[in-house]
Design a protein around this ligand. Sequence first.
Ligand code: PLP
Length: 391
Amino acid sequence: MKPSTTLVSAGRSPRRHSGAVNVPAFRASTITAPDLATWEASRQRRFEKDAVVYGRFGTPSSQALEDAVAAIEGADRVVPVSSGMAACATAILAMVKTGDHVLLPDNVYQPVRLLAGGLLKDFGVEATFYDPLVGAGIAKLMRPNTRLLYLEAPGSQTMEMPDTRALVAEAKARNIRTAFDNTWATPLLFRPLDFGIDLSINAATKYLVGHSDAMLGTIAMRQELFDRVKTVAAAYLGNCPGSEEVYLCLRGMRTMAVRLKRHGKSALAIARWFQGRREVERVLYPALPDDPGHAIWKRDFAGASGLLSVILKPCSKDAVAHFVDGLEHFAIGASFGGYESLVLPFDPRHYRSVTKWDAKGPAIRFHIGLEDVDDLIQDLDQAFARMRAAA
Ligand SMILES: Cc1ncc(COP(=O)(O)O)c(C=O)c1O
């Protein structure tokens, strides 16, 4: 079955719900049992796929989401949690204990860096940041107590494309677990588990939900890691997604293939357009043939999403504000993956420790939404004109 068909059908069971196309939002905390024997048996099987024992451990709605995400991830099991960051943190916390060491890419989603310097450090887990382009050189950073190699591809602001195959090979050779934040690509464009990754993390808040109206995270894995990750998420940390969020995510997923295709097509057109602009120093988007990460992206990924970054030629903060503030179709916002376009200036110098960010001009991240691409280009063109006029 092709992935777009899987997205439409996985996790649905109309006959179980009076023929309704969508799985209803089960709003459940307490799950009752008809007798004590059933109750006691249900406690034993609380981590089984269809077991419904208490809202925090899963409901028919969250199980439908698990099934749908597992189907597109090529995973045995999925642990849904309340946000993408909860998925990042849960995946890491489930793999480490005091005295362990983890490897994080220098361009990692910034709150993960904060987690490393905060909670992980407090609990005696040491983190080393690595150059995302280090490839097999990662071996030099691996120690006897390294438990987890964490990856993100491409970096969600600076867009470096790590060599996942080389990194994972070094980890596997040393029995080091791997986790991969796949939010940019979604499992539709890249399937971490197919590359030997242990934990595939998705901020479902972005493209899976797809409409900027719900927070949700997923961790996909083989069966062998499920008990551990589920125990950490639901039993130790008390984390579970809300029923409305699960419903919205399932609904969003049904159209994700169509949306992503459009996001990727428009983003590539706009990336090319940016490349022709005299105000632009460099465009960071691995689908561009001259992007340094293009060969790896082409080798490993089935497409590109709508998130790209641009480095402008050196100009004042005021000029950037003129550009950004004048945009009609790009709202200023930190997220991505919804149907709408977004813009956000960023400065990687504030959150890198081992790699140098040597761009001279300001950097801006764009999420290219589902608006007509001609309207978006016209909007950007006018914003550049206003920026020049104000200079
Ligand atoms: C790459 C990446 N990972 C994780 C997250 C966290 O997701 P959430 O906002 O749902 O916690 C984000 C959010 O921006 C992200 O961009």
